[in-house]
Design a protein around this ligand. Structure first.
Ligand code: BTN
Length: 271
């Protein structure tokens, strides 16, 4: 089924959002694009000022993390936002962490109990509801512009590890269904509140909030056949793991940091 955006309803929903400096003030809606991230970069190149969102009904070459393809049939929500940034290049991942926290928190505030699976997945009942892909333009070790792309399973079919929001809503006793337009506005507001938190309150506060919604805290992982426990995430987005030291005499701190993309955590049910 095609996702039909009612532009007027979307604009009304956007007006209702809290004013986090209104980072994204204009919306460009398309039917089919190769990737909303690509369209956002093209609009920037054409001189459109950062501070806008791009939405499409379907993508022909949707991009996922780690060079993967993001299957983008009709029925899913495909959204990208473009913004200015002044982050150091090695802090770029903070934009993904900020967006993941902001979106998850915003949806939770609206009765949708979304958690975060490190580093960039939005999960619901232990299944993947959506993901985030941030791309950046860098000049002299500083990020100057960023495009943050979000894909959400709305009413499209998903792989076994996925879940779509419409079927989840139908299984809830709550009659307070969120519409596609409201969901879109909440996601844009979530990104705005995440970026606002990062810029105004700093990365330590952001991380403390991100970690509270992280479903992986306490999860056991194996690194080179040694067992460890996930205890946090550091400012570059790496996973902080406390290793079980086999040598009780060891004086070295048994903590390691794993960069995004170096370990896959799989899906598991959340409580
Ligand atoms: C992931 O791998 O989990 C991240 C997926 C991000 C997909 C979104 S859909 C909108 C935007 N356009 C793209 O090509 N990718 C992102």
């Amino acid at each position: 089924m095609a996702v039909e955006f009612n532009r007027q309803k979307l604009e009304l929903a956007l007006e209702e959002r809290q004013n986090y400096t209104n980072i994204f003030s204009s919306i460009h809606i398309f039917d089919t694009v190769s990737s909303t991230n690509t369209t956002a970069w093209e609009l920037l190149k054409a001189g459109i000022k950062p501070g806008f969102a791009v939405i499409a009904t379907t993508q022909t070459s949707g991009r996922g993390q780690w060079g993967r393809e993001w299957d983008s049939p009709k029925g899913g929500l495909y959204l990208s936002v473009a913004l200015n940034s002044h982050l150091e290049v090695n802090h770029g991942y903070q934009l993904t962490l900020a967006s993941a926290w902001g979106i998850a928190q915003e949806l939770r505030d609206n009765g949708i109990s979304v958690g975060i699976k490190w580093p960039n997945d939005l999960v619901l009942d232990g299944y993947k509801l959506g993901g985030i892909l941030t791309e950046t333009k860098v000049k002299q070790a500083l990020i100057t512009q960023a495009v943050i792309g979000v894909g959400i399973n709305w009413e499209n079919s998903t792989p076994k590890t996925g879940i779509n929001l419409q079927s989840w809503q139908k299984n809830q006793n709550n009659l307070n269904f969120i519409s596609l337009e409201k969901l879109t506005a909440k996601i844009i507001q979530g990104i705005e509140s995440g970026i606002h938190c990062l810029e105004r309150e700093g990365v330590d506060i952001l991380l403390s909030r991100y970690v509270r919604l992280l479903v992986n805290i306490g999860q056991k992982v194996y690194v080179n056949n040694n067992r460890g426990t996930i205890v946090g995430v550091n400012p570059s987005g790496s996973l902080h793991v406390r290793m079980e030291s086999s040598n009780s005499e060891s004086v070295t701190t048994p903590y390691i940091d794993l960069k995004p993309g170096t370990i896959s955590l799989g899906y598991r049910k959340t409580s």
